[in-house]
Every structure is written in C-alpha cells, then in structure tokens.
Design a protein around this ligand. Structure first.
Ligand code: EPZ
Length: 417
C-alpha cells in the first residue's frame, strides 16, 4: 500500500505543466477501437486509468503502445470478448467499451463499471439510449448483455445531462443506420474532444458542446490522429494550491476558457492572478473573501473541483457554503479536514465552512480521487507532517503529482508501506 507524506507550509514557486485530460483520454481510447485500422492519440496522461485501458485493449486483441504520452492503437483485428469483472471495475470509463463494441459488433457483454465511490452512479441513461436505438438488454447479476439486429438512429432526451451517457450514446450512434439526436446532452468540453476525433475518423457529428448533438450514422470508421485536451480539473487543482501557497506559481498548458468559472470565483474572492494565452500565474492570496460554491454541469462549477475548492474555503475570512449537486457522496474528505483543524458542518451534500482556520498535519485517508486531491492540498498548507493513506485513488487521475509538486518546492513524497 502506498502513502503520501507531506511537510506543510512550503511555498510553491516555478512552473507546473498540465497534462492531458483524464476524462477525455478514457473515452478517446475506447473510441479508437471503432476504426478498422490504426489511430494515434497524443498528450495521453500518465495515469493508472490509461494503463488499465491498455490492458483491456490487449485483451480485445488490439495492438496498442503508449510511449511518452503517444498511444498508437491498431484495432484491425479487434475481437469482441467479455472484459473480466476485476478489470472493468477498476475504472468508471470501462463502460465506453459498451458503446464502442455495440457499434462495431451489435453485441456486447459488459460488467457494471467501477470508479470513485461518490454515489450510486447508475448507468440507466446509457442503457435507455441503446434501447432507443433498437438494442435489447439482459442482465445476469452485474453483467449486461446488449444486442441489436441493427442499431437505428433515434431521438433521445436525457433525464440528466450525463457526461458518460452522452458519450456512450454518441459512440453507438456513430455506426447506426440513420440520424440520432441527443437532447439535454452534457456540454462538458471533453465531449467536443471525442466528437472531433470521431469526425476525423469519418463520423458525422454536429452540436458537441451544446445540449443538442446530432449524429448521422455512417457505415464504417477509419483510423485518425487526435490530441487529448488539457486537463481542466488537474489545472484547477494546482491553481487552487497556488492561491494558498504560490509565489508566482505558473500553471501552464491550460485553456483558460475551460476554467472561466474558477477564475470568476477567484475574482469574487479577491484572489489575484495573471492570465496568459495558455497559462496562469498565481500567488498566495491574503484576506480571501468567503463565497458560495454550488457544483453543477458545465459551464458551471465542476463537481470534480468542489472538494479541492473546499480546502481553499477553509482559509476564507468568514463563512462559505459548499453544495455538491451532482453526486450523493462527495464529502468524504470533510471529516479529515476537520481532524486537521477545519470547522466544516455537513448535512447531506451541503457544507458550511467557517474560516479562516489554521490546519495541522494528521494521518488521514483518501476516500476517492478528488477527496485525495483535497487532502494533498490540505497537507501542503498544514503545519507539520501529513500522512495520506489509500493514495492509489489519487494516482488514477493526477499524473506525476509528486514530481510536479516537488519540482515547485513542496516537501512531498510517496512511500510504500
Ligand atoms: C464523468 O462521470 C466523469 N468521469 C466524472 O469525473 C465527473 O465528475 C462526471 O462526469 C460529471 O462531470 C469520467 O468521465 C470517467 P455523469 P460520469 O454521467 O459519466 C447520474 C473524476 O473525478 N447518472 O455526468 O459517471 C450519476 O449518478 C470523475 O474525474 C444517472 O443517474 O458522470 C450522477 O449523479 C468523478 N444515470 C450524475 O448523473 C446514468 O445513466 C452525473 O453523472 C448516468 C449518470
């Protein structure tokens, strides 16, 4: 088991380079198997989710290599196999193989996916989309058997603007007969990254990034090249750390528009920053004004940044509110922050955060990826030593986090126990 050990209160000075977006990469990689030849994906982040996807590709007889962030995927000999449950439950994004394999073979057997323990995370909207296109779905314990004589274009209205369901339905619709329209589609920027890749492969998709996506089915897809967009959540996490401990910390390789809501919140909180074309420079903020954070779908405040942001709220001069509205269980980090000296009262997914409170080091536990990122953020500002357990969660989504933080002055290391 691995632990992260942090000696707090060290300023962060220098440059952090942002990697490719986890939530794009984990959809682009399954999408690539829909082509009948070779695709190349660059700027793939060095995270364990991508390693797990590589293992799944190999199992499906797909030739795939990953070198320095460049993944080459040859799906010409793709085989439709059942992905073992222990593999498909390692990450949420295994469910994208449902849409991809259903599109290519009109038949797929998949187990219920894994992913962070932040709620029930059903996949009913994905399945409803596949059924609307003519698929039948049978369930054997936690395994789904999805088949269709043929997939037909359909008019689909999502009950919720689900990122995963939007992408999975888009994958299946790409090779369906006729046109599919997804209404109330998710507008997260990662969806446009996937749609652009599919179009480069020969698909016909318009409206990605809006709440209405139109997919005109095509007969087949060919290989293409694409690049993973920068990870706005990784960037936002380091920018929040910069507001707490930065000394002209530069976070570069970002798309500022993708973080507009964070910068708007910083302006509300009197946190100064210098914004460039693809970077931001930020230093430790003084007299931070309290604010209210309510996580919602894009372009609102992202649910994945709520937990790291709640650490910044513990240092505001007054009372802030933090409401998580997307998942049922994203407050796992609060009890550990309170052990470290924070004053946060939680009821359900509503938190009242009294600041400013000095934090002190403790031994704590990461309950999921983004609560882990929040605990690292807390450890960086706490006095003394913080030890974080179950850090495998963090390594799923933050590439080279120890190196990136050490290179700008943090006293942080990972140890095997
Ligand atoms: C994606 O999860 C991301 N994961 C999540 O990031 C992110 O928090 C989330 O989108 C929202 O932006 C990946 O892309 C791999 P949803 P996903 O479908 O697709 C409910 C991280 O930390 N829902 O938009 O699972 C669901 O339970 C991770 O990087 C249904 O009810 O999110 C949740 O309450 C965490 N039925 C809400 O919708 C469904 O069929 C949002 O889910 C699907 C979803």
């Amino acid at each position: 088991m691995k632990q992260i050990v942090i000696e707090g209160e060290n300023e962060l000075k220098g440059t952090i380079k942002i990697g490719g977006a986890k939530n794009s990469a984990v959809a682009l990689i399954p999408a690539a198997i829909m082509a009948q030849d070779t695709s190349t994906i660059t700027n793939v982040p060095c995270i364990s989710d991508c390693d797990d996807l590589l293992e799944i590709l190999t199992l499906l007889n797909v030739k795939a290599t990953l070198t320095d962030g460049k993944m080459v995927i040859d799906a010409s000999n793709l085989e439709n196999k059942v992905i073992p449950e222990d593999l498909s439950t390692r990450l949420r994004a295994s469910y994208y193989f449902m849409g991809a394999l259903l599109a290519r073979f009109k038949y797929v057997e998949m187990y219920f996916p894994g992913g962070c323990n932040i709620g029930a995370r059903p996949i009913d909207l994905h399945l409803k989309g596949f059924e609307a296109m003519g698929a039948t779905i049978n369930k054997e314990n936690s395994k789904y058997i999805i088949k269709a004589d043929e997939l037909k274009g359909a008019d689909i209205i999502l009950d919720f603007a689900s990122v995963g369901a939007t992408i999975n339905i888009m994958l299946a619709a790409t090779l369906a007969k006729g046109t599919t329209v997804i209404h109330n589609a998710a507008r997260e920027v990662e969806i446009s990254n996937i749609a652009e890749f599919l179009n480069a492969m020969g698909a016909s998709i318009t409206g990605a990034g809006t709440s209405e996506i139109i997919i005109k089915g095509v007969k087949a897809l060919h290989g293409a090249k694409t690049k993973v967009i920068p990870d706005r959540i990784e960037a936002g996490t380091y920018i929040i750390m910069g507001a707490l401990l930065g000394n002209e910390l530069k976070v570069e390789g970002i798309i500022p528009d993708h973080l507009a809501i964070l910068f708007s919140k910083f302006s509300e909180m009197d946190i100064n920053y210098e914004l460039g074309k693809d970077y931001v420079i930020i230093s430790k903020a003084k007299n931070i004004k309290p604010t209210n954070i309510r996580t919602v779908v894009y372009p609102g405040f992202p649910t994945d940044l709520g937990q790291p942001m709640s650490v910044l709220l513990t240092q505001c001069q007054g009372i802030s509110l933090f409401d998580e509205t997307i998942f049922e269980n994203r407050m796992g980090h609060v009890k550990y922050l309170n052990n470290m000296g924070a004053h946060i009262e939680v009821s359900g997914q509503h938190a009242v955060i009294n600041g400013p409170t000095p934090l002190h080091g403790e031994e704590i536990v990461a309950t999921d990826l983004r609560s882990g990122a929040a605990l690292v953020t807390a450890g960086l500002i706490a006095t003394g030593t913080t030890i974080i357990n179950d850090v495998e969660h963090i390594l799923r989504g933050y590439e080279r986090i120890i190196t990136k933080l050490s290179d700008v002055g943090a006293k942080i290391k990972i140890i095997e126990i």
